[in-house]
Design a protein around this ligand. Structure first.
Ligand code: FPP
Length: 271
């Protein structure tokens, strides 16, 4: 098992990032896949792969903070993951406690706020308390928001939002014509997050697996062959380089973007 290193990012100015030839996305979301295969390839337990994955989390947080990412959202545990064998689920729940306890001082020191998307109430009490504690402890962070997706499902988040609006509409508290994309988003557990700019998945599969279905509508996607425990700062910087090459058109033509620049699609702007 790797010795855990603290999160000690060296600040990078936007000018330094530009000099390094990268545009830093505002919101990066990551599907951290491949822990199990990483472990199995070494004759280890899947739980060892997750433990090694926790050090990938530290690398990613450190690098994102260093390059000035404002929002980093990590898919740490999906609704579907509850169906895994109990010892694996328990190991993941313990790792979350460990992460919260070991990293909280560094997170706070570096202005990293912690947030949860998904259903924190579903977690075992000890995990929930540890996560709630790190959220409170880092609440003043204003440099980056680290969101952990826990017991998260994109479809479930959408359906819960629909249900909550339906209940309020039935009570006459919401008018159907008031409901637009922004209004709807306010009902979701991701309501404090902007749209995703860059969605990365490690582990060699090219699918989104119920992650941020609403919020990643215009995200650039990058699917990496490496397993999550092998994720390093350089991996993230390579993703930024690739992101820098992409032309984000948001429904416009390439010629329009050349003239007008990248104008994010905003359904509320008059046509
Ligand atoms: C998917 O890999 C990964 C997960 C289900 C859990 C992700 C958890 C971590 C990276 C560590 C703990 C998180 C924090 C925030 C401390 P997999 O097990 O499906 O891999 P496989 O596809 O190779 O089986």
């Amino acid at each position: 098992m790797t010795v855990q290193s603290p999160i000690k990012p060296k600040p990078v100015t936007p000018e330094e990032a530009e000099a390094a030839g990268v545009t830093v996305p505002r919101h990066v979301a990551i599907i951290m896949d491949g822990n199990g295969r990483w472990a199995q390839a070494r004759g280890l337990d899947r739980a060892d792969g997750h433990a090694e994955g926790a050090s990938g989390v530290r690398q990613a947080v450190r690098a994102a903070r260093k390059y000035g990412v404002e929002y980093l959202t990590l898919y740490a545990f999906s609704v579907a993951n509850w169906a895994r064998p109990t010892p694996e689920v328990e190991a993941l729940m313990r790792l979350l406690v460990e992460f919260a306890e070991k990293e909280k001082a560094e997170l706070r020191e570096h202005g990293i706020r912690v947030n949860v998307v998904g259903e924190i109430e579903d977690l075992p009490t000890a995990t929930r308390h540890a996560v709630e504690h790190v959220i409170d402890y880092c609440a003043d962070g204003d440099r980056m928001t680290l969101s952990l997706a826990l017991s998260y499902g994109g479809r479930r988040d959408i359906v819960n939002a629909v249900r909550s609006l339906a209940v309020r509409a039935r009570a006459g508290l919401v008018l159907p014509e008031e409901i637009d994309e922004n209004f709807f988003h306010r009902e979701m557990t991701t309501h404090t997050l902007p749209d995703v700019d860059l969605l990365i998945r490690t582990g060699g599969e090219s699918r989104v697996s119920d992650f941020l279905l609403f919020e990643a509508a215009y995200a650039e996607m990058q699917f990496l062959p490496i397993m999550w425990p092998d994720f390093r700062e350089d991996t993230l910087v390579d993703c930024f380089r690739e992101f820098t090459k992409r032309q984000r058109r948001f429904g416009r033509t390439g010629d329009q973007v050349d003239v007008q620049g990248e104008v994010p699609f905003d359904p509320l702007q008059p046509k």
